[in-house]
Design a protein around this ligand. Structure first.
Ligand code: PHE
Ligand code: ZN
Length: 881
């Protein structure tokens, strides 16, 4: 474990390497506990570099077993080797030289899943961000690009499959039951994109013909017997490849593209050149075991990793501060892909929900950081929703500012200028400035200033003059290290809705630049007038969530209801419903805390019911409309002194009010939207299931008995309906015998499918209330659970901490103490996993004081625990600052 040394890396310290790496030749002799790695590296000193500078290579827990200089053993006086670096002196001033390094590593003992490790008997690697240095000493940074040849030698019986990046060169026997394979990747790449997989796996094969007519072999490797469950991933891959050609002109560039699914993985998946490695959760699906959400995730992540081939691999990052250059951009691309494959509006709603529930809290708490940070202690901790999701939103805003076609031109220019390069955010932005002729200097603040901007708006209509006036003000809250902020360039899509549902077209606009339907807010305060407006319009602002901001715009409930029922932008309709619901939910939470009765609003309930019953609207949209803002949405709105029990009690009262208002509407929905015939995972069918299951939750509450959900559980013929029914049973009727029976039936039926049992763990981990903690502890003792697998830990411990506000935030602090113990237990084995789960406490300062005090003590118990990984130490210290 790399322990905390407190060293901080600054962007301002960036400088190029003294040596240029020309070629890499790797030979692996695989063995479970003693794998020999020989790395032959050809370097030359960079022109103009200090002729006396030593070559300093990175390592992490390495021991040097041999070192040659131009094939001759190196004199010990010329180098120093420690577990984390190899320094070599007296190197040639300009001519190329060769260094051959031998290391011996232990994949079996590698529990942190970085570098070369074993998962279910399969050798696999994870090198982003700094895993390659756990394999051999190397200039392990993304701006060192080289061409790699990889030779793999392994036992033939246990490892019939030997894979690495690029194209297959050849293979042969290697005596004593061994064989070898050689791979060559012609595309220069940084070490973080290196991959090796060896083992015994099943395969699904297909081909793809690229736009220029080249045939590419496609292979998805999964455990034997699971091949049928990889069919959907293969389908998504082919659609992704086609889409990237059509939308961005990006063609695949090797003879083969491989995906390997593994069961132990710290993240979702990894875009290694030509050899993506996936958490099997994001590959395997069939109707019996996967929900519609699983299918959508698989489609999105397959696309995401494939799209990295151009945005990330062909053009990579100069340094890790530029992470959003590949991640924000690639998330934007996968969002656009899913929007094109499914319903654009529903996809946008889901994205915004996710952004608000994950990124907004991050940006409002102690872990807030800019999309392009300027310093870090542990890069693993910067794979955040700010870098990914806010990074995607910033990319989306560029597209909004310059327009779709110009955005494509800017992307073309980006590939033209930077193919084969390690680029920066500044390089990226310049391409859009060049393509559009727009100055994006002020806009770039989105990369540099952390915190969610708050835009406060008021409107006035002068009927006599026919003039609408909007007063807008932006404030950007202080965040760690950034007390004062500059005003940003905020693109707000808008419409002026008239009473009949049509839109007013102003004869003139003053006080702001308006391009098409985008209003550009650039100053701290702006007063904007729209003339020639014959009657009072309802202003629909930030349509499509064109800017990732908090908007405070006091609009009358009747106006919000008007938008919710009439806006041409479906996203805006959903947003208006949320804005209608939130004040109700906030008031309900306050009342619940004060012990006064909650009085839900009939207008909200009626608007929701009208939308639910509106058969002209797509079911998936109606399902989104029926999902009230979450407990964490309400907590964010309250901002401080949060009492999760009161928030839940208030929300439950509103939910029950809506449920009881007209249960016949929900009953009709469950009848009308049955999906007939064999299961199909397409968006329209998924939308109908989502609507029925949303209706089921309301009906169960209206009826107050588990009978209907138990019936749905028994009747379900797919995992979406089955897990939805189980969720209603467990969350609404935790103590009913029907619930116990259903939970046991589910467990027994899927006892041999760990991914499905993760749903069983998660559903139980999110049963609200103080009893949750004991339930989670009991489940940790289940034979189906193991702390050694990240998916299990996330499904049970992670879900409890992230998604069970009342259970985790127990008023006596027991949830926090439990989490602290788990973090300390996980950290020595898998620091990345420990650090990530710990971020569940990132909003602790917004809790009411009794809970906040318990949270503080739990965090202190971690920070005082002594030997922490750099990952956990970094998070806990930032949270305590
Ligand atoms: N680069 C991967 C992705 O977004 C994520 C990842 C990061 C995976 C670090 C593993 C380790 O697509
Ligand atoms: Zn990515």
């Amino acid at each position: 474990m790399r322990t905390e040394d407190g060293r901080i890396i600054h962007l301002a310290d960036y400088r190029r390497t003294d040596f240029v790496l020309e070629r890499v030749d790797l030979t692996f002799e695989l063995d479970p506990t003693e794998t020999r790695v020989e790395a032959r590296l050809i370097f030359h000193r960079r022109e103009g570099a200090d002729p006396a500078a030593p070559l300093v290579l990175d390592g992490d827990e390495l021991t040097l077993a041999g070192l040659l200089f131009d094939q001759v053993e190196m004199e010990p006086s010329r180098y120093d080797a420690t577990p984390d670096s190899l320094t070599i002196r007296d190197l040639p001033a300009s001519e190329p030289f060769e260094i051959t390094i031998t290391t011996v590593i232990n994949p079996e003992a590698n529990t942190q899943l970085m570098g070369l490790y074993r998962t279910n008997g399969v050798y696999c690697t994870q090198c982003e961000a700094e895993g390659f240095r756990r394999i051999t000493y190397f200039p392990d940074r993304p701006d060192v690009l080289a061409v790699y040849t990889v030779n793999i030698i392994a036992d033939k019986a246990s490892c019939p499959l030997l894979l690495s990046n690029g194209n297959f060169l050849g293979g042969a026997g290697y005596g004593e039951g061994k064989h070898f394979a050689a791979w060559f990747d012609p595309h220069p790449k940084p070490s973080y994109l290196f991959a090796l997989v060896a083992g015994d796996l099943g395969v699904v094969e297909d081909t793809f013909v690229t736009m220029s007519g080249r045939e590419v072999a496609l292979r998805i490797y999964v455990e034997h017997g699971k091949e049928p469950r990889a069919a959907y991933a293969m389908d998504a891959l082919k659609r992704s490849m086609r889409w990237d050609e059509e939308a961005f002109g990006c063609e695949y560039d090797l003879d083969i593209f491989m995906v390997v699914a593994v069961s132990d993985f710290n993240m979702g998946a990894m875009e290694n050149k030509g050899l993506n490695v996936f958490n099997d959760k994001y590959v395997l699906a069939d109707p019996e075991t996967a929900t519609d959400q699983d299918y959508a995730n698989i489609e999105a992540i397959i696309a995401h990793e494939y799209f990295h081939n151009w945005t990330g691999n062909r053009v990579t990052c100069r340094d890790w501060f530029q992470l959003c250059l590949k991640e924000g951009l690639t998330v934007y691309r996968d969002h656009e892909f899913s929007a094109d494959q499914r319903s654009r509006a529903v996809k946008r709603i889901a994205e915004v929900r996710h952004l608000k529930s994950e990124q907004f809290p991050e940006d409002a708490g102690p872990l807030a950081h800019p999309v392009r940070p300027v310093k870090y202690r542990e890069i693993n901790n910067f794979y955040t929703t700010t870098v990914y999701e806010k990074g995607s939103e910033v990319t989306r805003m560029i597209a909004t500012l310059v327009g779709r076609e110009t955005f494509r031109k800017g992307m073309d220019l980006y590939f033209e200028r930077h193919d084969g390069d390690a680029a920066t955010i500044e390089d990226f932005v310049k391409c859009f400035e060049a393509a559009s002729g727009r100055d994006l200097t002020q806009f770039s603040l989105w990369y540099h200033q952390a915190g969610t901007p708050l835009v406060t708006v008021s409107s006035a209509y002068d009927a006599g003059k026919g003039v609408l006036t909007l007063s807008l003000e932006q404030t950007i809250p202080p965040t760690p290290g950034q007390a004062v902020k500059e005003p940003m360039h905020i693109p707000l899509r808008f419409g002026l809705l008239l009473a009949d549902g049509s839109e007013a077209v102003p004869s003139a606009v003053e006080g702001a630049e308006v391009t098409g339907d985008v209003l550009h807010l650039t100053a701290r305060r702006q007063t904007v007038t729209f003339s020639g407006i014959a009657s009072r319009p309802v202003v629909s602002l930030n349509r499509g969530f064109s800017a990732p901001i908090n908007l405070h715009f006091e609009q009358a409930p009747a106006d919000l209801a008007h938008i919710a029922r009439n806006d041409s932008d479906l996203f805006a309709r959903w947003q208006a419903l949320t804005d209608l619901a939130l004040p109700n939910l906030v008031a309900a939470a306050r009342n619940a805390r004060a012990g006064t009765p909650v009085e839900p609003d009939a207008m909200l309930a009626d608007t929701l019911l009208a939308i639910a019953a509106d058969e002209t609207l797509e079911p998936a949209f109606r399902a989104q409309a029926l999902a009230l803002p979450s407990e964490s949405d309400i907590a964010r709105e309250l901002a401080s002194n949060n009492d999760p029990d009161a928030i839940r009690a208030g929300r439950e009262a509103v939910f029950a009010f809506v449920a009881g208002r007209d249960p016949a509407v929900f009953a009709a929905l469950t009848e009308r939207h049955r999906t007939e015939g064999p299961f199909a995972p397409d968006a329209a069918s998924a939308g109908r299931r989502a609507l029925r299951n949303a209706a089921l939750a309301y009906l169960a509450v209206a009826e107050g008995t588990p009978a209907r959900a138990a019936g749905a559980f028994a009747a379900a013929d797919n995992m979406t309906d089955l897990s939805a029914a189980l969720g209603v049973l467990a969350h609404r009727f935790p103590d009913a015998p029907e619930t116990a029976e259903a939970l046991e039936a589910f467990r027994a039926r899927f006892a041999d499918n760990a991914l499905v049992l993760d749903k069983w763990f998660s559903i139980q981990a999110t049963i609200p209330g103080a009893g949750a903690l004991d339930r989670v502890k009991r489940l940790m003792g289940s034979p189906h659970f193991t702390m050694a697998n990240p998916n299990r830990v996330r499904a049970l411990v992670g879900t409890f901490a992230f998604a069970n506000p009342t259970g985790f935030n127990r008023a006596d602090g027991a949830g926090y103490r439990f989490l602290a113990e788990q973090i300390l237990a996980i950290d020595p084995k898998n620091p990345q996993l420990a650090a990530r789960i710990l971020t569940a406490m990132r909003s602790w300062r917004a809790l009411e004081e009794v809970r906040a005090d318990h949270a503080l003590n739990a965090l202190r118990s971690i920070s005082n625990a002594g030997k922490l990984s750099s990952d956990v130490a970094d998070i806990v210290e930032r949270m305590l600052k």
